[in-house]
Ligand binder design. Sequence first.
Ligand code: SAM
Length: 327
Amino acid sequence: MSALIDPNGRPVDYLRISVTDRCNERCLYCLPENYANWLPRGEILSYEELLAVVRTAVALGFKKFRVTGGEPLVRKDVVHFIGELIATPGVECVPLSTNGTRLPELARPLFDAGLRRVNISLDALNPATYRAITGGDVAPVLDGIRAVKQLGYDSVKLNTVLMRGKNDGEIFPLLDFAAKHDVVIRFIELMPVSLTEMLNETNFMPMTEVLALLRREDELEELREFHGYGPARYFRLKKRGVTVGLIGALSDLHFCERCNKMRLTCDGKLRPCLGNHLETDLKPALRPQIDEPHLKNLFRATLTQKPPEHLFRNNYQPQRVMTAIGG
Ligand code: SAM
């Protein structure tokens, strides 16, 4: 089955699935402190409903399905769900995005369920800085990274959202850590998707500046073969011996050119773009019973609305917290 093509000529074959809006960390950049606006449990799609959406997406040509959240590893029975997702005919690639806090105990069961690709958020190595950003303890995350490496996962990437004045001092320690553990690290520009750590002139750390900093300190080789793989630009830092990806949703004017994604929120809304409020409610095709032809029509209709680029540069105001959308 060939991929669906959006109105801008881009093939779309990648669905990011938020399985929960719950998180066990504060993640200042995505969740307000004392957040209490959790979705009622009945609003969250069941695993059965999620797998029905996946089967429909496969029938339309989708191949890659990322499990994200909220923190996906806090949802009950998520390991079993991931195993079922991996075993779904036509599903070719299942990566997981996690804050890593539950990986010490779940890395092995996830591996046994067939998971081989994981992105782990790590915004600082310094325990105090990590705690200031997430409210949590960095030690289990570091143990989790070691656990997935020891088990031999095929792809392990670290994700760091950079904020000037908060964790910009962590860039080189994080690069050294990534080199030591032989993992790829990606630095991400803060996007205007949170209700607390609002993007502003002070905290914004453009990737153009990070690139200049890296060029001053190391010898960089751009890895063009990684391109087309996602919105990051990848570089090899020859002196440190580490691969770094830079994700500049705001400063990179070509950011959306190869976008192949749609997003499913944990309450069943299909979004054609992270930086746009457009969304289609899939629940009428899922409840009271699953109606696959209806689901297919909703998918196709949503794809026709996929905008050429996000609205982040146009004073975009988030209406939903990122945890429900999944980043
Ligand atoms: N809980 C999981 C985790 O921590 O990776 C998955 C969800 S998290 C929302 C997915 C990704 O979004 C993470 O890499 C996180 O760093 C990133 N993210 C969250 N808020 C962001 C923001 N305001 N700007 C850019 N990236 C953000």
